[in-house]
Ligand binder design. Structure first.
Ligand code: KG4
Ligand code: ZN
Length: 341
């Protein structure tokens, strides 16, 4: 099925995004990050779905315009089936169905986490995409996993978080520090001028390739409460060092596990995906660590790290090539295990 054009739609959380792809090459791509949540310090599900409703059609129209194609040239529509916020997923799924019905084209439901991983196959990102099998450390607000990718649609989850995700840790600690939303980005920003060894935060002892981040959040909460009793300006006066130290702790936890996975499975191709992989220090250290250990690192351009429709279109293309279409009865799944696909 060469030369097919696929429309990708992403609406799982707080990004409304559309992209068009042809021969694995992105023709156009728009990501709208909803800012309605800023004053609440986190994503408000009802506001997210309303914002998707308002923005999704203009975004799709603009994506078609930017690609300089006619909508009748689109051969299939791919949308995020889950996991994510049910109200937000429903907007993308309903729009995708209406679009497919009106143009008489097939529909393809996409697993969001699988798309974060397979984003690495978008044309132009890597001169040579990672060869199978490879290990993917995929880290976002919704998941933190190590996945062994045997083929496009053959993946094994080797490690998972047993409580919070790394993205949640960034977001919750940012809120504790009064930084607001989006937390990860703000911590990354303040950490740039901080000393990562100034404060020592404990790392969880989780066996194997699993992760845990809720203890770190509690540790920092108690640490700050104690410090604030002595100095009410402690956070304000130390924000750069607090951010740099906690960012380094999260990076150390993640890097330690991917190194262990590479050793255990004797696979030297390590791939980084997900919103947290936008963290500039994490990207740098991921590459440095890999090169030091003779591993081959792969990271994504910033545009494809956070939630985006290009990755949805990419998997849509791969499924379209294999005629893996869905019926119009397909429903979104708020909880959608990577193991179940
Ligand atoms: O992949 P993503 O956009 O959405 C989910 O699938 O969850 O990831 C969002 C997560 C949020 O937790 C956000 O704080 C985190 O990625 N994030 C970052 C950075 N940019 C986004 N974390 C650390 N440093 C960043 N620069
Ligand atoms: Zn995501």
């Amino acid at each position: 099925m060469k030369h097919q054009i696929i429309l990708g739609i992403e609406s799982s959380c707080d990004e409304t995004s559309a992209a068009l792809i042809k021969n694995n090459k992105i023709l156009s791509h728009i990501i709208y990050s909803q800012d309605v949540h800023k004053i609440y310090g986190g994503v408000v599900p009802e506001l997210a779905s309303r914002s998707h409703q308002i923005n999704i059609i203009p975004i799709i129209n603009k994506t078609i315009l930017l690609a300089n194609i006619n909508k009748n040239e689109i051969n299939a529509v791919a949308f995020t089936r889950g996991p994510g916020l049910m109200g937000s997923l429903l907007v993308g799924a309903s729009l995708a169905k209406s679009f497919a019905i009106s143009l008489g084209i097939p529909i393809i439901g996409i697993h969001h986490e699988q798309a974060h991983i397979l984003a690495h196959f978008i044309n132009g990102i890597h001169k040579y995409p990672p060869k199978f099998p490879f290990l993917c450390l995929t880290v976002s607000g919704g998941h933190t996993k190590i996945v062994k990718v045997n083929d496009f649609f053959e993946m094994t989850v080797l490690g998972n978080t047993i409580d919070d995700t790394a993205g949640e840790a960034f977001d919750k600690i940012a809120r504790i520090c009064g930084l607001g939303y989006p937390g990860g980005q703000l911590i990354n920003f303040y950490a740039k001028k901080g000393n990562p060894t100034k404060f020592c935060f404990s790392k969880p002892k989780v066996s194997g390739l699993n992760f845990s981040f809720s203890g770190l959040k509690t540790h920092i909460l108690y640490f700050l409460e104690k410090k604030l009793k002595k100095d009410s300006n402690f956070i304000k006066n130390n924000i750069h060092d607090i951010c740099a130290s906690l960012q380094q702790t999260i990076i150390d936890i993640l890097l330690e596990k991917i190194k262990l996975a590479s050793l255990n499975f004797n696979i030297d191709r390590i791939v980084l995906s997900g919103g947290v992989s936008a963290n500039t220090e994490f990207r740098k250290q991921f590459i440095q660590t890999a090169l030091k250990q003779n591993m081959k690192p792969y990271i994504l351009p910033f545009e494809y790290t956070k939630d985006n429709a290009a990755m949805i279109a990419m998997v849509g293309q791969l499924k379209c090539d294999r005629k893996l279409f869905d019926s119009l009865n397909i429903t979104p799944c708020a909880r959608y295990d990577l193991k179940s696909i």
